[in-house]
Design a protein around this ligand. Structure first.
Ligand SMILES: [Zn+2]
Length: 424
């Protein structure tokens, strides 16, 4: 497997000399994540039974931030910051150096706290500081990342880094979507079980570097943290990545688009429509996660939770695009482009990533979406080509959104199993 690092070369806004120097140090810090993540990739895993048994006498075994090892036949937990201390030290030093020279005091102090966190494991404090900070032209996220797939029992966080420069225009647009969709979603009668984040910080980046788990998953958007108690206490950050979206366009969406739609249909959409459509549906997906927190859904749906949760966010996201349409923030064509990008992505996922450990839940979600649309007649297949009827898709999405939200708010694992089995 190739090294878990991607360096991008985006067209950046004009940076000051100081900003350029700080950016260079941040990139150097990010690169140093690679050896740690490679160590993590080599780790053996233990059976659920073995873990549960060992955790009875030692709850640290279950922490997302410990590595579990077998010593003399017994499972023990070692905190990440101790296990990787030698490799983390130079990273913290780079962050300190960046903190030393940056002209933005708030950013500097956040970098110092981040450096300390890497070495002593005080992750909550760093989370609180980054969420509180106003968006700055430079952005970095570095350390163990607890992403949604590891929220299932015993998931371990993986080391990651991203470094990027703020896309001001994109960030403004995203915040605009946030305001509109947030008020639209709250018009629905909320279930008692629902949790709302303290605040939602939303930024779009031109990323310069992805390292560790981020280079493997290549997510176009993220909504972090995943821990609900932190979400309630400090809020969340939605981050979108322009360059990874371009990569996804080139490698997945366009080839699939060319394959599954007729030449006549394709004429209606240009590449820019699709590129924006892809980024838009991801943006609304990430925002929608924040309108879908229910206290017990992970516990109730167990191993099927992530699949339902991810699908529900995409479906609600496209539905909420309806409120952008009503306000003339997007056009019909732009809404259609979002749906076309998602259909293309879904076909690609189903075909290639059913067995991929990072993407299998998204692939099942994609399969459910396609089959649901085929069943309702909103999507038809003829001579190997897909024929979508956008009006019908939009109507059908309401139904799918209702079902997935019901599963999240009050469904059982059995309910989810029946649903997934029927459509996946
Ligand atoms: Zn998601």
């Amino acid at each position: 497997m190739n090294d878990p690092i991607i360096e991008f070369n985006p067209k950046l806004p004009k940076l000051s000399k100081n900003e350029k120097e700080v950016l260079k140090l941040l990139v150097e810090a990010g690169r140093l994540i690679v050896p740690i993540y490679k160590e993590q990739e080599k780790q053996p895993s233990f059976s659920k039974e073995e873990i549960e048994k060992a955790a009875k006498g030692n709850p640290a075994i279950l922490s997302p931030y410990t590595i579990v090892e077998k010593v003399n036949g017994k499972l023990i937990a070692i905190p990440y910051h101790k296990k990787y201390a030698e490799l983390l030290k130079p990273i913290a030093e780079k962050l300190e150096q960046a903190a030393e020279i940056t002209e933005n005091k708030e950013f500097g102090s956040a970098l110092r706290i981040q450096a300390k966190t890497l070495l002593d494991g005080s992750y909550e404090k760093a989370t609180a500081v980054w969420l509180k900070m106003e968006p700055y032209i430079l952005d970095i996220s570095i350390g163990p990342l607890h992403h949604s797939d590891d929220r299932l029992e015993y998931g371990k966080a993986s080391y990651h880094a991203w470094v990027g420069v703020l896309d001001k225009e994109g960030t403004e647009r995203l915040n605009n979507y946030k305001t509109i969709t947030l008020s639209a979603s709250r018009k629905a009668p909320g279930a008692k079980e629902q949790i709302y984040p303290k605040k939602i910080k939303a930024i779009v980046l031109d990323e310069v570097l992805f390292a560790g788990i981020m280079a493997r998953t290549k997510f176009v958007g993220l909504n972090l943290p995943v821990d609900l108690s932190l979400v309630e206490k400090y809020g969340v950050q939605v981050t979108l990545f322009n360059q990874v979206n371009d990569l996804r366009m080139k490698k997945q969406i366009i080839p699939t688009f060319d394959k599954i739609f007729s030449a006549k249909f394709r004429e209606e959409f240009n590449l820019e429509d699709l590129r924006r459509g892809s980024l838009r549906y991801v943006a609304l997906h990430e925002l929608s996660h924040n309108y879908l927190y229910f206290k017990n859904s992970a516990k109730n749906l167990q191993d099927l939770f992530i699949c339902i949760y991810e699908l529900a966010a995409t479906v609600l996201g496209i539905r909420l695009a309806g409120s952008l349409l009503l306000l003339d923030r997007i056009t019909n064509k732009q809404l259609e482009s979002m749906i076309v990008a998602f259909i293309s992505r879904s076909f690609d996922l189903v075909e290639k990533y059913r067995k991929n450990k990072f993407l299998k839940n998204y692939a099942s979600g994609g399969a459910i979406f396609i089959n649901f649309m085929l069943e309702s007649g909103a999507l038809k297949q003829k001579e190997g080509m897909a024929i979508p009827n956008f009006m019908k898709i939009f109507v059908s999405l309401h139904e799918l959104s209702y079902i997935t939200e019901r599963l999240l708010s009050s469904g059982t694992r059995k309910d989810a199993e029946v649903f997934i089995h029927k459509y996946s």
